[in-house]
Design a protein. Structure first.
Ligand code: HEM
Length: 422
C-alpha cells in the first residue's frame, strides 16, 4: 500500500524534524500508544516533510482531499518505473502487490473494481449475519474453555485472529485446515508494504510471497476443477468469460484479487476486533453501560476504528504540481496519508484522545474515494456481532495485562496479544 520516492519539495518545517517522531512510532511504547506522536505531528502542520523527500499528511481535511481527489494517484507500476531507484520496487514481494487493486489507477482499477461489485451490501450482510454469529459463538466457547482451564487466555490467538480467517474463508471457500498457514504467511508478507522495509524484512516477505503464490494458485486450480457455492467460483466464471479465452490473463487477475482480498481482510480486521473488545471492556462502567444499551454497540465500533486505524499509513502521488493545505507539492511527489493521525485532528474530533462511543466523530480508517475499502461492511458486522456476544456472555471480561502491539511495522498495525480473564 505504500511507497517512498525521492523528490524535492518546500515547507517551513525541517525534513529532519520528523525523524525522532518516526523513531518513537517504531518503539514498543509508540506502537502501544501512537497518540502522543500524532499530537506532535499536528503541532508541525497539516502536511509535514518526510526525511527522504515527500510528505506526511496528518490534517483530517488534507488527508480526505488526497484520498478523494482525482489528481492524487496510487503509486502504480508506471510511477515506480519513473523513480531514480526502480530496483527498490523490483523485489518479488513488492512486484506481487503492484498488480493489486490499491496499486491500480483508472482505467484498470475501475474495470477490476466493477467486476467485484459491492460484495457486502446491506442484503448480503444480513444473509451473512447468522453464519458470523455462529462462528463467534463457537470461538467464544473455545475462549471460555481455555480460561476455565488456565485462568486466562489470549483473545487474539483464540478469537481475534480466527474470526476474520473463518469469515473470509467461508466467503472465498478456504478450508479451515489451511487457516493457520494462511495467517502465518499473511503476517510475514505485509512487510513489503511497509514505508521503508529493510532488506531482511523484504527477504521475509519474499519467502511468504512464494508460499502465498503456491497456496492461491493451487486453490484456484482446484476450484476450477470443482466449482462451489462461493465468491471465488463466481470470479473464475466472470474473468474467464471476460478475458476472451486468455486463460493465463484470467488466472492472473483472479489470483491477484483473491490473494489481496485475503491479506487485506486478515491483517486489518483482527486489530479492529481486539481493540473494540479491549476498549469497550477496559472500563467496567463503560462495559456495564454498553450491556444495558446495546444500541450503542455500532457507534462503539466506529469509535474503535477512529481511535486506532488498523492501516495507519497509505501513499499517493501528485499527478501534477499541486498545493495541499498551503504547501506546494511538485508533480510526482509522494505523500503519506496518516489515517490514525487524521482521526486525532482536534479540529475534526475535539478532545481526540478521549474514547467516547457517543462522539459520532469522523475517521478515514477505511480510506475514501475510488479505493474505499471493499470489506468495510464485513469488518463492521464482525466487530458489532462480536462485541454484542462478548458483553452478553462475559459481562466481567477484562484484560489481565495491557495489549501488546507489533513495533516492527508502521503501516499495518498488529495487535499481537490480548490476555483476558472472565
Ligand atoms: C477493520 C478492517 C479493515 C480496515 C481498517 C480496512 C482498511 C482499508 C483501507 C484503509 C483501504 C485503502 C483505501 C484507500 O486506498 O483509500 C482498504 C482497501 C481495501 N480493502 Fe479493506 N480494510 C478492512 C477490512 C477489509 C476486509 C474484511 C476486506 C475483504 C473482505 C477488505 C478488502 C479491501 C480491498 C479489496 C481493498 C482495495 C480497494 C481498492 O483499492 O479499490 N478490507 N481497506
Amino acid at each position: 500500500m505504500n511507497a517512498v520516492g525521492h523528490h524535492p519539495g518546500t515547507s517551513t518545517v525541517s525534513r529532519r524534524a520528523v525523524i525522532p517522531l518516526l523513531r518513537r512510532l517504531r518503539s514498543a511504547e509508540g506502537a502501544a500508544n501512537p497518540r502522543p506522536v500524532w499530537a506532535a505531528l499536528h503541532e508541525l502542520g497539516d502536511v509535514v516533510p518526510a526525511p527522504w523527500g515527500g510528505y506526511f499528511v496528518v490534517g483530517f481535511d488534507a488527508c480526505n482531499e488526497v484520498l478523494r481527489g482525482r489528481k492524487w494517484q496510487s503509486t502504480d507500476f508506471d510511477w515506480q518505473q519513473r523513480q531514480d531507484n526502480p530496483e527498490r520496487w523490483s523485489d518479488l514481494a513488492t512486484r506481487e502487490m503492484t498488480r493489486t487493486l490499491p496499486r491500480l489507477n483508472a482505467p484498470a482499477h475501475t474495470c477490476q473494481r466493477r467486476a467485484v461489485g459491492t460484495p457486502f451490501d446491506r442484503a448480503s450482510l444480513e444473509a451473512l449475519r447468522p453464519m458470523i454469529a455462529a462462528l463467534i459463538s463457537s470461538l467464544l466457547d473455545e475462549l471460555e474453555a481455555e480460561i476455565r482451564a488456565e485462568g486466562h487466555a489470549d483473545f487474539m490467538r483464540v478469537v481475534g485472529e480466527q474470526l476474520p480467517a473463518l469469515s473470509v474463508g467461508e466467503w472465498i471457500g478456504i478450508d479451515r485446515a489451511d487457516h493457520a498457514h494462511l495467517l502465518d504467511f499473511t503476517h510475514r508478507q505485509v512487510y513489503a508494504q511497509e514505508l521503508l522495509p529493510t532488506r531482511s524484512q523484504l527477504a521475509v516477505s519474499e519467502q511468504a510471497t512464494l508460499e502465498m503464490r503456491e497456496f492461491f494458485t493451487r486453490l484456484i486450480r482446484e476450484r476450477r476443477a470443482r466449482p462451489g457455492d462461493d465468491v471465488l467460483t463466481q470470479w473464475i466464471a466472470h474473468f474467464d468469460a471476460s478475458s476472451g479465452g486468455d486463460r493465463a490473463a484470467a488466472d492472473q487477475i483472479i489470483y491477484d484479487l483473491t490473494m489481496f482480498v485475503t491479506i487485506a481482510s486478515l491483517e486489518t480486521s483482527a486489530v479492529l476486533l481486539g481493540n473494540t473488545v479491549h476498549l469497550a471492556t477496559s472500563d467496567p462502567a463503560r462495559a456495564a453501560w454498553l450491556t444495558a444499551h446495546p444500541e450503542h454497540i455500532a457507534s462503539t465500533v466506529e469509535e474503535a476504528l477512529r481511535w486506532d486505524a488498523p492501516i495507519s499509513i497509505n501513499s499517493r502521488v501528485a499527478s501534477e504540481d499541486l498545493v495541499l493545505a498551503g504547501v506546494p507539492i511538485p508533480r510526482d511527489t509522494t505523500v503519506h496519508v496518516m489515517y490514525g493521525a487524521a482521526a486525532h485532528d482536534p479540529r475534526r474530533n475535539p478532545d481526540p484522545d478521549t474514547f467516547d462511543p457517543l462522539r459520532r466523530g469522523g475517521h478515514l480508517s477505511f480510506g475514501g474515494g475510488p479505493h474505499y475499502c471493499l470489506g468495510a461492511g464485513l469488518a463492521r458486522l464482525e466487530a458489532q456481532e462480536l462485541l454484542g456476544q462478548v458483553l452478553k456472555r462475559f459481562p466481567t471480561l477484562r484484560a489481565v495485562t495491557p495489549p501488546v502491539f507489533d513495533d516492527t511495522r508502521l503501516v499495518f498495525r498488529r495487535l499481537v496479544s490480548l490476555d483476558v480473564q472472565i
